[in-house]
Design a protein around this ligand. Structure first.
Ligand SMILES: C[S@@+](CC[C@H](N)C(=O)[O-])C[C@H]1O[C@@H](n2cnc3c(N)ncnc32)[C@H](O)[C@@H]1O
Length: 309
């Protein structure tokens, strides 16, 4: 498993000119390796604390010294891992932005994606549109919490709710808990190790909402994923079984017993799964107002339904 070196406790300084030269070389190698050059600047923001404008205008070049989290040769080694091992830059620096949060990530968790941010907006608008009272309060679940991103988003959006975050992976839960502590949400989110809803048996019939971004990649397609994903993100976060729908089918089948009447069920899915997911929700017979919703690019990526009253 890839690990990022611990930041040095020594003060490590380089001249702006030297760092500029390092950046030029890294940008050249990024182009050659077909990696977005913007990732070099992201790395420099994190390890050298240089703001995006100074990077864009290259004004940092005039500074006599810039403090780094790692010595320059270690930075070079890190960048080599990005180039040669295709290690995602988020794992290199150990953090990723998501909504307004800066989340700790490691190869134990999926790197939360920008499109997943929309699940929180869907949850907020679903509670606003519902006739069921106080859907934005009470108990909410984030199933397959990974880094804790969705649980944190829900905790921030629904100030009176308690969030129950479940993951099968102990290592993922450790990261999620750390994120909750660092962002000041530890009293609002409870964490459970186990499979989907099974650790929440005591909450049957009480959940105001269930939100999940489950694994949904068909098994045969895993090998065709980009190396950054295939070789570094956890298989347990990706593998959705033969047709990609194993976890979604399970969540459709089990969620009605856990939702309160009128409670909302929201998931992310893969492009092309919308028709089948809508059909499964209809067949289950206990959902209403079933909707398949697009992402910002207009591609169907989300499903939303309410438990019948
Ligand atoms: C696609 S990732 C989503 C992570 C995070 N919610 C996000 O959106 O970035 C799916 C998550 O489901 C978890 N998972 C897989 N199988 C599970 C199961 N049977 N029960 C609970 N969690 C599971 C994985 O460990 C992984 O963290």
């Amino acid at each position: 498993m890839a690990t990022t070196p611990e930041p040095s406790s020594r003060t490590l300084a380089v001249s702006g000119q030297n760092l500029w030269l390092w950046r030029q070389e890294a940008r050249r190698s990024a182009v050659e390796a077909d990696i977005p050059v913007a990732e070099v600047d992201w790395l420099l923001q994190e390890v050298a604390g240089i703001d995006p404008l100074s990077l864009r205008l290259e004004s940092f070049k005039a500074r006599s010294h810039i403090e780094l989290r790692y010595p320059l040769p270690v930075l070079t080694q890190l960048w080599q891992r990005r180039l040669c091992d295709r290690l995602p830059v988020q794992y290199l620096v150990g953090i990723t932005p998501w909504r307004r949060f800066s989340l700790k990530v490691s190869p134990a968790v999926l790197i939360p994606r920008p499109e997943t941010e929309y699940l929180i907006d869907l949850a907020v608008s679903a509670t606003g549109q519902s006739a069921t009272p106080q859907l934005d309060a009470g108990q909410w679940a984030d199933l397959g919490t990974g880094s804790g991103a969705i649980a944190l988003g829900l905790a921030e959006a629904f100030r009176s709710a308690t969030i129950h975050a479940v993951d099968y992976s102990h290592d993922a839960l450790a990261i999620a808990q750390l994120n909750a502590q660092q962002l000041g949400f530890e009293s609002r989110i409870q964490f459970y190790q186990g499979s989907w809803l099974s650790p929440l048996a005591s909450l049957k019939g009480q959940l105001s909402g269930i939100v999940s971004n489950p694994p949904y990649i068909p098994r045969d397609e895993l090998q065709q994923l980009q190396p950054e994903v295939r070789d570094h993100e956890p298989l347990m976060a990706l593998d959705g079984g033969i047709d990609g729908l194993d976890c979604i089918r399970h969540l459709i089948r089990t969620a009605p017993d856990y939702l309160r009447p009128g409670g909302v069920w929201i998931i992310e899915m893969m492009a092309g799964q919308g028709d089948t997911v809508a059909q499964l929700l209809h067949q289950q017979g206990r959902y209403c107002q079933i909707q398949i919703l697009p992402d910002l690019a207009g591609i169907d990526r989300f499903a939303l339904a309410y438990r019948q009253e």
